[in-house]
Ligand binder design. Structure first.
Ligand SMILES: Cc1ncc(COP(=O)(O)O)c(C=O)c1O
Length: 354
């Protein structure tokens, strides 16, 4: 096959721009041998089921899906009723980056809560969502959905999550974690996955794989099967049931092997920290969010940002204030970071000199 891209091209646009972990490609090749049962009746899916109980607790059950939007739609609809609503952050991926899928496909109203640094608090929810439980005219909240790490690269502590879980449960709601970058959050906190999911009272979790080096594989993990009784049917009707599911399961087995999930995410986090340290001191660059996972948000003069984008892939997060997002991935190297920081310094001194 003819190569269509420049393999030397690297950037900071998204952890989705990175490729696939070599160990994951090997796992796919291994799973490729011979025939295996379809639709999850294979040995890799069975082994993943066991691995998930080790990682999340005895009651946990895993449902591989193709993408993060699908994981969120399946997770939210599996625990909701037809009349349910979901409470989320104003920055929430489910609100701003899923094409309306939770509303259109799952039919769920979203209550959007203003946040600071992308993080919800019980106080912010109380201020934004009136308590009209039992009022037939009012969409009834059923799920509180929280991204861990957040879309702004911040991380909830276990205590913050526990407070949100308690708040939700006191109202008869469930806690959903959008863990598209759950590994980055766990690595940042120095915990395992269980400490920020099962142990804080979460009910259902979208566990990211793609951003940590998988090839289009995500997971829905239900921590107590009783909360999502029809999830198999919901996944199928949401078009997220893979016929060759062994390839999704094998990838997660490779990712969870030998703490690889935490290691690769921890590496991406460390590269973001290094990048923030390197660019934070450059005149004209201001870091705008705490750097707690694998993202760096910064403002810089628009001309400089645009000139840099011509050379290295990344994009504006908020163009109105010339704020950019730089993401680090499992394969970002220290050399990538140093070279990019040098380019930022060069571009800023050039534009300052004009
Ligand atoms: C917080 C969050 N949730 C979910 C997703 C997954 O989305 P996708 O459907 O693009 O895989 C993303 C991807 O950017 C994300 O940042």
């Amino acid at each position: 096959m003819t190569r269509l891209h420049d393999p030397a091209k690297r950037g900071f646009a998204s952890d989705n721009y990175a490729g696939v972990l070599p160990e994951v490609l090997e796992a796919i090749a291994e799973a490729n041998l011979g025939h295996q049962g379809a639709y999850g009746t294979d040995d890799y899916t069975a082994a993943l089921g066991e691995r998930i109980t080790d990682l999340f607790g005895a009651g946990a059950r895993a449902f591989p899906v193709f993408n993060g939007t699908g994981a969120n739609v399946v997770a939210l609809s599996a625990v909701s009723d037809r009349w349910s609503a979901v409470v989320c952050a104003d920055t929430g991926h489910i609100h701003v980056d899923e094409g309306g899928a939770p509303e259109k496909l799952a039919g769920l109203k979203l209550f959007v809560v203003p946040t600071t640094e992308g993080k919800l608090t019980p106080e912010a929810i109380t201020a934004a969502v009136p308590d009209r439980a039992g009022d037939v005219h009012w969409p009834q909240p059923r799920v509180l959905s929280v991204a861990q790490s957040t879309e702004l690269g911040t991380v909830y502590t276990p205590d913050e999550l526990r407070a949100l879980a308690d708040y939700a449960h006191e109202r008869g709601w469930l806690l959903h974690l959008d863990g598209s970058r759950l590994g980055n959050a766990a690595a940042s906190l120095g915990t395992g996955l269980r400490a920020i999911t099962t142990d804080v009272g979460a009910d259902v979790v979208s566990v990211g794989g793609t951003k940590s080096g998988l090839l289009g594989a995500e997971l829905v993990v239900v921590l107590d099967a009783a909360t999502a009784p029809g999830i198999e049917y919901v996944r199928k009707l949401s078009m997220q049931l893979a016929s060759k599911q062994r390839f999704l399961a094998a990838q997660f087995l490779a990712l969870f092997d030998d703490d690889r999930y935490l290691r690769v995410a921890g590496h991406a986090n460390a590269m973001a920290r290094l990048l923030a340290d390197r660019v934070g001191g450059i005149d004209g660059v201001a870091i705008t969010q705490p750097v707690q996972a694998n993202a760096v948000f910064a403002t810089l003069p628009r001309d400089a940002a645009e000139a840099l984008m011509e050379r290295v892939p990344f994009y504006f997060w908020d163009e109105t204030r010339s704020e950019v997002r730089w993401m680090c991935a499992w394969d970002t190297t220290e050399d990538d970071v140093r070279a990019f920081a040098a380019l930022v310094a060069e571009e800023l001194s050039r534009t300052a000199g004009i």
